[in-house]
Design a protein around this ligand. Sequence first.
Ligand code: ZN
Length: 226
Amino acid sequence: MSGTIDDEGKQITIRRLSSRPTREVRVEQTASQRRIELGPVPTPRKIRIARRVRLPRRITAELLLQPIVIHTPVDGQVFEASEMEVVGQANPGTHLALVNERYRAETRSSSEGKFTFSDVRLSIGANTIMVLDLDHLTWEQARASIRVVRQEQLAPFLGHKDPLTNAPLAEGEPVVRCSICWTYCYLSSWRANGNCSICCMRGLTPRHWTSDDDEFYMTREELNRR
Ligand SMILES: [Zn+2]
């Protein structure tokens, strides 16, 4: 995006620029390539030039926009978890969106330009994560994307037996995991018993995790450490 500035003595007016406030404006003379750096300015519409500068009738102006950079994760990183955190740098105080297919989240960058999207949901396989600056959507540098891969995890319940029916747990039928005693069982057994058939004897009323939960895949050691 660029605009036209007409010399109006000590004050110049930029036209056809975004009406949103910006931090810096670079004024560039098309004829001589001489550049005048101005900033910070509260609005791009009117800029007062402190010292006398000879301006031509028409010069072009361009808003300086920092490109969005995604620091973590790195491009091509492989995950097993269903969610991850995306951290990066953008223009300070801008309205940002993160898009991963049908998943969408929004945040605002800090006064230093830092941003964090927590609990970004991943699909199995390749995910293209895009971060967009909603305040400057038409700008080329207002978007960044990375590709990460979520690996399908091996069934963690193989080798275990259903505590109600004593049948070996196998893939195909839905399996759930008790959130209190961490025992795997068939969902049909959980429903038949109305509860976990191990720890409900102690009067507990647990809920169960499914294969969509990270806890479903964690070892007992990992769950103990939490
Ligand atoms: Zn239980």
